[in-house]
Design a protein around this ligand. Structure first.
Ligand SMILES: O=C(O)[C@H]1O[C@H](OP(=O)(O)OP(=O)(O)OC[C@H]2O[C@@H](n3ccc(=O)[nH]c3=O)[C@H](O)[C@@H]2O)[C@H](O)[C@@H](O)[C@@H]1O
Length: 462
């Protein structure tokens, strides 16, 4: 009998072969994975390179200039688009026959808010523009914007130097008037931030005049805020529009004076109808926290000392303080009597109106008297530091002759400082929800414990 075949060797061989096959296939797999991985890496690098070349801003973050036409008018921007244009037209369209359509710059400012409301209340169309800068508490400007919005007035958050936006606005609305109140205000702050005055009061004014003269069709009539400070070192009183204004005492005053010269140029070359209003220390509810009457009120209530300036001769500094309601009447009077501009497309067709008016109170009051009135209204004594007026751009005295404004549009200021400050203090304590000491014991805490939602003061009566 033959012996059984020795299968052990065959089996081992087969096992070895199968082992070799497995090892080879694994190596093959590893090699092909390696190639695949490198190819994928290469493709990814090429794709990133191409993407970077074609879309740099997407990878580098948003470097589009803040005020570029694209950034403001692209589809992702709040400006431009059918809905935005509808809102702009709705706000700017008059509701009375023959009503004005007014672009108000600086609409969230003190005078801008009051004038916008007064115009809207009598049926004019108003569109506001404001850059909401932080020169003083922007939350106050936002509260004013809320107030305007409750009265159907849209305030666009943009700068007057954004000429593309201005052009767009004049494309959408044929404004009959511009009330140009946007400015860098404040006399003494000009020593700390001179460039902001040039940017707003010179460059911004030119930006507005350029668009109004060359792009707006029809050209609007422009009424704008100059300042009593243009009288500078003038000593003839009361200040008349015929007096010298070539010696400004501050850079602020110099930029306002420059504005008056620039206005002359745009009137002369392009036929723009332009009226400059020289405001005299305007005060009242919803006022500017950088002004003395406002921050004195805050300091008196909180027990902090105030600094009172005296002239070098030891005389009290005086101001022709002018109440906001009177100034509103002046602004509206100037708008109503403004002649039409005569040019179009940057070409003058005939002579146009160029005017300048004082809007003051005809009644200078020493600053120490203003403080005494506040002390009485607040029921609390001020802690006073009396110092000689530093060289800070201040002038010792202002006093307006307003006969031109009276003759041309019936401007007659009627509010004395005590009456105006009483209305201001009433607004102040309500708005800030603070308690004036004299109001203690009148029940419900503060005079107006409502806090920041108030809609009172002269605004309600304007
Ligand atoms: O009518 C104008 O042309 C100008 O009026 C005000 O300027 P000003 O009159 O200096 O108003 P405040 O800054 O409120 O000062 C009022 C008075 O208080 C005095 N004052 C101010 C600050 C202070 O700490 N102490 C002090 O005695 C000033 O010398 C001034 O006589 C506005 O701030 C300007 O924007 C405006 O253009």
């Amino acid at each position: 009998m033959a012996p059984p075949p020795d299968n052990s060797k065959t089996t081992k061989l087969e096992r070895y072969n199968s082992y070799l096959r497995r090892v080879n296939s694994t190596k093959l797999l590893a090699a092909s994975s390696n190639i695949l991985f490198r190819a994928t890496l290469l493709t990814a690098v090429v794709l990133i390179l191409l993407f970077t070349l074609h879309y740099p801003p997407l990878l580098a973050g948003h470097h589009t200039p803040a005020h570029s036409h694209r950034s403001l008018l692209s589809s992702s921007s709040p400006y431009g688009g059918a809905a935005w244009e509808r809102e702009v037209r709705r706000s700017a369209t008059p509701r009375r026959p023959g009503g004005l359509s007014v672009l108000v710059t600086g609409a969230a400012g003190f005078v801008g808010t009051h004038c916008s409301l007064a115009l809207k209340k009598r049926g004019d169309g108003v569109l506001g523009l404001d850059n909401f800068n932080s020169y003083y508490d922007p939350s106050l400007k936002r509260s004013r914007q809320d107030l305007l919005s409750r009265h159907g007035i849209l305030v666009i958050d943009a700068d007057i130097n954004d000429s593309n936006l201005l052009i767009k606005l004049f494309d959408v609305v044929p404004f009959s008037h511009v009330l140009h109140l946007a400015a860098q205000a404040g006399v003494r702050y000009a020593m700390r931030n001179p460039q902001s005055y040039v940017a707003s009061n010179v460059a911004g004014l030119v930006s507005l005049f350029e668009v109004a003269a060359k792009h707006a069709d029809p050209q609007p009539a422009v009424v704008w805020a100059s300042s009593s400070s243009v009288y500078g070192l003038n000593t003839a009183v009361p200040f008349s529009e015929l007096h010298r204004t070539d010696r400004p005492a501050s850079l602020y005053a110099a930029t306002k004076k420059a504005g008056e010269a620039i206005a002359h140029t745009y009137n002369h070359i392009y036929g723009l109808s332009i009226t400059g209003l020289r405001f005299f220390t305007v005060y009242g509810p919803w006022g500017r926290p950088d002004m003395a009457y406002f921050f004195f009120t805050k300091s008196i209530l909180s027990g902090n000392a105030i600094t009172l300036f005296k002239t070098r001769d030891g005389v009290d500094v005086q101001r022709d303080f002018t109440y906001i309601d009177d100034v509103i009447q002046g602004c509206l009077g100037a708008l109503d009597t403004a002649g039409k501009s005569t040019g179009s497309g940057g070409k003058k067709r005939g002579p146009a109106q160029l005017r300048v008016y004082n809007l003051g109170n005809k009644s200078p009051v020493p600053v120490s008297k203003m403080v005494a009135i506040l002390e009485q209204l607040l029921g609390k004594k001020a802690k006073k530091n009396v110092v000689t007026m530093p060289m800070n751009g201040d002038v010792p005295y202002t006093h307006a002759n307003v006969s031109s404004a009276e003759k041309d549009f019936g401007y007659r200021p009627t509010t004395d400082l005590a009456t105006g400050l009483r209305r201001f203090v009433k607004w102040y304590v309500e708005y800030y929800g603070v308690m004036a000491p004299h109001a203690k014991g009148k029940g419900k805490g503060s005079v107006g414990g409502k806090g920041k939602d108030v809609d009172t003061g002269s605004v309600a009566s304007a």
